[in-house]
Design a protein around this ligand. Structure first.
Ligand code: PRP
Ligand code: URA
Length: 214
């Protein structure tokens, strides 16, 4: 099992409970989307723990006090399709975040990522980028996304997943040791088709009702 210092796996009881619901093959797309959202909130909350704030003065009905306001400009980068289900929860946590969509799919034969959509502006406009994708399998898609963001000029990048495979964690942490990985579970291994075991099947298909798990 990889255990780089950059890997943060949540052990919160609420996360463990929701993960079991998410994984169950009987969980229908509507419930699946709901739990993706809830887990994203919980994992995202941990990933955002070191975001910078600046002091502001707040006047309560009783007196003035020093409160805090988010200072970091945050970019959310959901990897299409499956990362879409994580966006709303992250926007609830960080309402001022910008959302930059990145379209990557895994070629089912080679397992290599193919980029098909990129909505990033010309130059980096945020202090911290959070890549959102429920699944970290071989790590090909995450590594490609990180490379796109680094070429774009992103300096601080974090990867937010729900389920990670040891192979994906090893690949990302070897290629990009500066990128912390936050997830709800570190699973056992990949199968011969690059699916995570025990995993949950295909996260995109399960959210959008488009197919059977591989
Ligand atoms: C899934 C998942 C990741 C990728 C992980 O997307 O959401 O993006 O696979 O696999 P990797 O670590 O081996 O690259 P998929 O390619 O199935 O596209 P989808 O979200 O459109 O279903
Ligand atoms: N993508 C998924 O959606 N599930 C896996 O298990 C691996 C990649």
């Amino acid at each position: 099992m990889p255990d780089p210092s950059t890997l943060h796996v949540s052990h919160h009881p609420a996360v463990l409970h929701k993960l079991a619901v998410l994984r169950a093959e009987t969980t229908e797309p509507k419930k699946f989307r709901e739990v993706v959202r809830e887990l994203s909130w919980l994992v995202g909350y941990e990933a955002l723990a070191d975001v910078r704030v600046r002091p502001i003065t707040v006047k309560t009905p009783m007196e003035s006090m020093e409160g805090a306001q988010l200072a970091d400009r945050i970019g959310l980068v959901p990897i299409l399709r499956a990362g879409l289900g994580m966006v709303d929860a992250m926007l609830e946590l960080m309402p001022t975040a910008e959302v930059w969509h990145l379209g990557l799919f895994r070629d089912e034969r080679t397992l290599h990522p193919v980029e098909y959509y990129n909505k990033l502006p010309d130059s980096a406009s945020v202090d911290l980028c959070l890549i959102l994708d429920p699944m970290l399998a071989t790590g090909g898609s995450a590594t490609a996304a990180i490379e796109v963001l680094k070429r774009w000029g992103a300096v601080r990048i974090k990867l937010v997943n729900l389920i990670a495979a040891p192979e994906g964690v090893a690949a990302v942490s070897a290629a990009h040791p500066d990128v912390p990985i936050y997830c709800a579970a570190l699973d056992r291994q990949l199968n011969e088709k690059g699916y995570i075991l025990p995993g949950l099947g295909d996260a995109g298909d399960r959210q959008f009702g488009t197919g059977k798990a591989g």
